[in-house]
Design a protein around this ligand. Structure first.
Ligand code: NAP
Length: 249
């Protein structure tokens, strides 16, 4: 059955791959990102493959922008019943150097953003008596040097997900989290740059610790998101799936 999906942070990386995968699965997709023009690549890829997509510019941490974005999706595509909270940023630093702005920015995009989007979309899900919410956590939820803000936010995403599963289950709405390990995207490229190492060397170093012997790709995460959004996954809720090429971060 065709559903209307919203994927945040979908201009690139994991969000873009997830938007494309949900379109392949037959859903119409709203590609949401900070800059509407930046969504064009993802939207074009979906349309060229015969799918339906629109680009929506919105800052997920801005309550008015989120409400306007969800209203636009409802008008142009239909009532959204699939939501992937993927938008994310890094502001890494050791605790003693981390500024209040670094802390707030990360909390706002990941936690406040997921809260605002979920609140706006659940209305439609409850009305439809069906819904899927997928939240992006991270192996950093287990703790990671230089990421006090990010690991707290990503652990928070897990608690948020489990609570949504409990509250929304009676409406046939599931909520699950994906905790990716190391995935090749602009985000991990930026980390390599911040550490002053070539990306290929950085990947080589990370891969040594990954049992399957390779870096993750955005499509690896998109496949997990696709599963959680399927009809047949309706009895799977409140779960955290680590997609990390191994059992540990
Ligand atoms: P990415 O390549 O940096 O893409 C993230 C996207 O989110 C960007 O297009 C970014 O837009 C957008 N975004 C940032 N702030 C936003 C906001 N306030 N409102 C709307 N969109 C916003 O990141 P990625 O690697 O694909 O990561 C996607 C998600 O997976 C994130 O939640 C990340 O924390 C999580 N994750 C990633 C990894 C990894 O190894 N890559 C591992 C674990 C978890 P701009 O470009 O304009 O900033």
């Amino acid at each position: 059955m065709t559903r209307i999906a919203i994927v945040t942070g979908a201009a690139r990386g994991i969000g873009a791959a997830t938007a494309c995968r949900l379109a392949e699965d037959g859903h119409a997709v709203a590609v949401v990102d900070l800059d509407q023009a930046a969504c064009a690549g993802t939207v074009d890829a979906i349309r060229q493959a015969g799918g339906r997509a629109i680009a929506v510019g919105a800052d997920v941490s801005d309550a008015d922008a989120v409400d306007a974005a969800v209203a636009r999706v409802t008008e142009e595509l239909g009532a959204p019943t699939i939501l992937v909270n993927n938008a994310g940023i890094l502001r890494d630093n050791l605790l003693f150097k981390m500024t209040v702005d670094d802390w707030d920015a990360v909390m706002n995009v990941h936690l406040r953003g997921a809260f605002l989007m979920s609140k706006a979309v659940q209305k439609h899900q409850v009305e439809a008596g069906w819904g899927r919410i997928v939240n992006l956590s991270s192996t950093s939820a287990l703790g990671n040097r230089g990421q006090a803000n990010y690991s707290a936010a990503k652990a928070g995403m897990q608690g948020f997900t489990k609570t949504l599963a409990i509250e929304l289950g009676r409406y046939n709405v599931t909520a699950n989290a994906i905790a990716p390990g190391f995935i090749s995207t602009d985000m991990t490229r930026a980390t390599a740059q911040r550490l002053g190492v070539e990306f290929d060397d950085f990947v080589g170093h990370m891969v040594k610790e990954i049992p399957v012997g390779r870096a993750g790709q955005p499509e690896d995460i998109a496949a997990a998101a696709s599963f959680f959004c399927k009809e047949e996954a309706g009895f799977v809720t409140g779960q955290v799936l680590y997609v990390a090429g191994g059992p540990r971060a």
